[in-house]
Design a protein around this ligand. Structure first.
Ligand code: ADP
Ligand code: MG
Length: 634
């Protein structure tokens, strides 16, 4: 039998395990049930993959997101390890073959969505498999106290009944004490070993800074070093605007959000990883699989929605162990903003019913049907058609995803379809009179049969190539033909894919979810309040606040956060000049106390006071008997 170290070297090429990895692996090889609490990027996957490779049989991995599964399966396949993912949207017959392969085909890993587990076929086949380990990834999803509760995760304990002798490992990066207890109970873990690495990050300074001019501070922070940074913002639009802002300031930047085409996503990620671009401006869609050591600064320009997600995003800074900063820039307008964005866009029962109904009519799904069908669409167009608030609609679809009604994925796809609305003869007449359309139309007719009878899918690249023109030009010509009712031309950019997991039964589908929908609203509200408490509490070390939130008891002040070491606001000449002119501007009109000036000026209080002192020292300002400042020469 190979040792874990051999496997690590042979398949991953790593020389040693990270802290706790070998402890976890050792316990699993002893057939213990384990809860493994390791921070994001701590290397949780290896903890179940290594023992599964060592032992005969197959490992069943439960994971909440299709994208996560696909990532891991691809990574394993690249190492010549047989792995497959069984998710929604796969046809019954194919599922059958796949499960056969798990039993007879020497597969080492079966990744399974919890929804799949509910199918009898899957359960029957699992009984026949020689399972060596059950791994529950992102195990916090099982708990309604967690930030990402998925009711279907509650069914995982079914595996225990199917395979009573197989041990279970539950892995997560974000579990508070009640969540850990919930995990143990729900998964019916026996004599469970809790292996937990402290979430303390010695080199990471957590900073919360009040800033009226956030962009200005962001720029200052980025100029402190020349290494990689991440800026998290709330909206797709903001990623683009801030990227432009940074570029204008001469700071190398790129941006990332969920709606980008796949190729564009990986291009931009690569540019950032290879440091062709220094700063990544992103929504929280940027995260999965990001493993860059020398990120010096992570800045949140908007408040995160939970401390769990904040800790994960902030934790991308300083993986190399060198000093790094995680900064939240905040001001008074954030609180209503957060409340508006999150609380006002929390879907209630009526909204869930509405969006579900609209989705079904959009894709023309008949009552009782739709299970397993996949649909690509343009999210924005969908919202426009039914006059839905985009954020609210998006949150609703995410909720439907969490409740196992459908799977939501951001997936970019261009779909182009065409049908001719006139006869062949009429087309020929038309082309004689309008020769500019000749090449494009003829290459379509030569390439695609049936375009006179029904909509056919079109590859514009191919058509443009054959017609000796560009895709843009061909698109323009076809749009003109559309206007003249010669063709029906659909040219959509799809950015979203949904897969219905259950047949459409309107309210009957949604009604059982009502308690969860209500619970979800309450949980989200609590999460937001915890974020606000973190931002506002400047009496306790920020690092300790976070660690205690995650259930660590023995914590010590970190000595480097914004509470332990209040920012000595460095005043550079530029900033001083701006404050100076602002003060002079005020005082030219009338006298003010320092308090009154702080209220009127858009700068930090301590900085204004500092400049005032300097001006008094230099004799430019005087203080009146009523404690007001005035210009000396007036
Ligand atoms: P998690 O699931 O805890 O967030 P992953 O399992 O995705 O983390 O691993 C994060 C990264 O760390 C991966 O790129 C992985 O290859 C790497 N990694 C894991 N264990 C080791 C190790 N012992 N030595 C070096 N790199 C490792
Ligand atoms: Mg993981």
């Amino acid at each position: 039998m190979n040792s874990p170290e051999d496997i690590l070297k042979q398949y991953w090429g790593f020389d040693s395990f990270r802290p706790l990895q070998n402890d976890i692996i050792e316990q699993l090889l002893r057939k213990q049930d384990v809860i493994a609490l390791l921070p994001t990027g701590g290397g949780k996957s290896l903890c179940f993959q290594v023992p599964a490779i060592i032992q005969p049989g197959i490992c069943i991995v439960i994971s909440p997101l299709v994208a996560l599964m696909e990532d891991q399966v691809k990574a394993l396949q690249a190492k010549n390890i047989k792995a497959m993912a069984l998710t929604g949207g796969i046809h019954f017959r194919e599922v059958d073959t796949m499960l056969d392969n798990c039993i007879y085909g020497n597969y080492k890993f079966l990744y399974l969505s919890p929804e799949r587990l509910q199918q009898e076929l899957v359960q029957e086949r699992i009984k026949q498999m020689q399972v060596n380990l059950i791994a529950v990834d992102e195990a916090h999803c099982i708990s309604q106290w967690g930030h990402d509760f998925r009711p279907a995760y509650r069914n995982i304990s079914l595996l225990r009944q199917l395979k009573p002798d197989v041990n279970v490992v539950a892995l997560t990066a974000t579990a508070t004490l009640p969540v850990v207890k919930d995990i143990a109970q729900q998964l019916e873990l026996k004599d469970v070993k809790l292996l937990q690495k402290s979430f303390r990050r010695e080199n990471l300074a957590y900073i919360v800074k009040e800033a009226q001019d956030k962009n200005y501070y962001m720029e200052q922070l980025l100029r402190e070093h020349n290494e990689a940074g991440i800026i998290y913002v709330r909206s797709r639009k903001a990623t683009i605007e801030l990227e432009q802002y940074l570029l204008k300031k001469g700071i190398s930047a790129t941006s990332f959000h969920g709606g980008l085409p796949k190729s564009e996503k990986s291009l931009r990620l690569q540019q950032w990883l290879k440091e062709d671009k220094r700063v990544m401006v992103a929504t929280s869609a940027f995260g999965m699989g990001i493993d860059k050591a020398n990120v010096r600064t992570v800045i949140h320009l908007n408040l995160p929605e939970s401390l769990e997600s904040y800790f994960q995003e902030a934790g991308r800074a300083g993986r190399d162990g060198k000093p790094a900063k995680a900064v939240v820039l905040t001001n008074k307008s954030d609180i209503p903003l957060l409340k508006n964005q999150f609380l006002a866009t929390l879907p209630g029962v009526e909204m869930v019913k509405l969006v579900y109904k609209k989705l079904n009519s959009y894709f023309r799904i008949a009552y009782g049907e739709g299970e397993g069908t996949e649909h690509y669409f343009n999210f924005y167009q969908f919202c426009q058609k039914y006059e839905l608030n985009t954020l609210l609609a998006y949150n609703t679809m995410q909720l439907l995803d969490r409740m196992s009604i459908l799977t939501l994925a951001e997936q970019f796809q261009k779909k182009t379809r065409i049908q001719f609305l006139v006869t062949g003869k009429q087309i020929n007449w038309y082309l004689e009179a309008n020769p500019q359309f000749d090449a494009v139309v003829k290459s379509i007719l030569r390439t695609y049969g049936g375009a006179f009878d029904s909509m056919v899918e079109l590859n514009l690249q191919v058509i443009a190539g054959k017609a000796g023109t560009t895709v843009q030009e061909a698109t323009k010509l076809l749009q003109q033909l559309q206007k003249e009712d010669i063709v029906n031309f659909e040219h959509d950019q799809h950015d979203t894919k949904i897969t219905f997991l259950v047949p459409r039964e309107d309210d009957i589908t949604i009604n059982p979810l009502i308690p969860y929908i209500k619970l979800q609203g309450k949980t989200k509200q609590e999460k937001i309040e915890q974020v606000l408490a973190y931002v506002e509490n400047d009496r306790q070390c920020k690092s300790e606040q976070l660690l205690q939130y995650f259930g660590e008891k023995e914590t010590e002040p970190c000595g480097i956060c914004s509470v332990c070491r209040p920012l000595k606001t460095k005043l550079d000449r530029e900033e001083m000049k701006r404050i100076y002119f602002a003060i002079i501007g005020l005082l030219e009109a009338q006298q003010y106390t320092s308090r009154e000036m702080v209220e009127r000026l858009d700068f930090q209080e301590d900085q204004i006071i500092k400049v005032l002192q300097l001006l008094v020292e230099k004799g430019a300002l005087a203080i009146t008997a009523s404690n007001k400042y005035k210009l000396k020469h007036l």
